[in-house]
Write a new protein. Structure first.
Length: 74
């Protein structure tokens, strides 16, 4: 899972783009669907945003993990 990240927005902007490697999930019983509330490469506004990944297996079992993106002013 990516770690918490702090970014500084560029001059004249109130957002910053955050990129991270997509995590993976596995299950011994079969395939896993991985979804997220934000994609890598998204522009985030000043403040703190939680990015959450949800892994769901074929039987409906769910696991989540999250990290934060904090955008600060200059």
């Amino acid at each position: 899972m990516p770690s918490d990240t702090t970014l500084t927005h560029d001059p004249g902007l109130t957002t910053a783009v955050a990129s991270w490697p997509e995590p993976s999930a596995t299950d011994t019983c079969g395939p896993v669907t991985l979804t997220s509330n934000y994609d890598s490469g998204t522009s985030f506004a000043i403040g703190t945003t939680t990015v959450t990944y949800t892994a769901t297996d074929q039987f409906g079992n769910i696991a989540t993990a999250s990290f934060t993106i904090m955008v600060t002013g200059m």
